[in-house]
Design a protein around this ligand. Sequence first.
Ligand code: PEP
Ligand code: MN
Length: 447
Amino acid sequence: MSTSSAPGDLDAWRGLPALQQPEWDDPDELRAVAAELAGQPPLVFAGECDQLRDRLADVARGEAFVLQGGDCAETFSGSNADAVKNKLQTLLQMAVVLTYAASVPVVKIGRMAGQFAKPRSKPTEVRGDVELPAYRGDAVNGFDFDADSRRNDPSRLLKAYHCSAGTLNLCRAFTKGGYADLRQVHAWNQDFVAQSPAGRRYERLAGEIDRAMTFMKACGVNPDAFHEVEFYSSHEALLLEYERALTRIDSLSGLPYDVSAHFLWIGERTRQLDGAHVEFLRHIRNPIGVKLGPTTSADDALALIDRLNPHHEPGRLTFITRMGAGRIRDALPPLIDKVHRSGAPVAWICDPMHGNTFEAAGGYKTRRLDDVLDEVAGFFEVHRALGTHPGGIHIEFTGDDVTECVGGGHGLVEDDLHQRYETACDPRLNRGQSLDLAFMVAELYRK
Ligand code: PEP
Ligand code: MN
């Protein structure tokens, strides 16, 4: 089934209200940057996006599970080999835990190689008696709190493109070039095992996988899937000029694909039915997602389906719910129930991060791992009660040993947050906390 788009459709969003767009200093420079982006090579290919859509159709049918994660906000300085490798390694470790312990195929999607723009609740930030424009992600302005850094600079869009290209290139090399080979399950854990309860738990599981692999090899079974990994990129499609400039007509099918990432999602703040974001994403052929917060009504969800997946194409549309641990058990059932009864195929993913943020004493924005776990548990309970499929998790994490969320094997408490609080936006799970979460999700899945 295909969606036919008229040539003008890709620009119809320009006539609609577009929330969360930066006011660029120099519109001429923005036009020049968009033209330059439009001439750059694609970061992803249409065929890869189609393949991910097939994988997400498996998820919607209940036959696979999505693991989507990465930084809240990627940064240019964080787009280096070590940081990218640590993130990817943690994602692979989580995926191995889920695949092995829950016996389910895991669709691996990085919140990586493009997550450089952030929606903000306030347009400015005040410190003492200084008020400056809010930080909107490295694609727009700088994190440092001074007037020059906070200037909305269109040339940053080009840098975001190049950092995305570098990051994706590394991810492709790691996942296809032998590093993600299942015989490396121990190696991914080497610098981690002794220091952490999650690392030790992982090591035991890696040992079991090793034995299973040796057994299969002895039996003559050695499929390609053991030696490389399918990895997909994703980010919030927030800056419409950027996404539009990177949208191309696929030469084989004649259909438009946003080649900035395999999977794009619309955030909770920009999912208005008559808004520019929904209008733009309606016309691209990539698999897409929409974040749904606790105020979403079942009719809102149906209307979004009507707009974004009118032909009920499996794998096309994923709902990423972010209700909060205290609300998920009440807010989610009516949505799932009505959508399910409509017959629309939807992959349901749980983002247990964004509904559980609070400010700790000392002013740090944080999350409790217990709340994150509780929201995931609620997500499973609701789906199990309704007979639908809990299709995956969407998390903010890093492979580094940061202290941004509280709880987990090391028992991080609020007083520890100052030690390595490094995020440019929301607090991320560190590597141990991410593995703790993966083990728990695998247990929930098996039940
Ligand atoms: C995010 O994913 O970082 C984000 C801003 O989420 P949401 O749109 O769900 O608030
Ligand atoms: Mn976030």
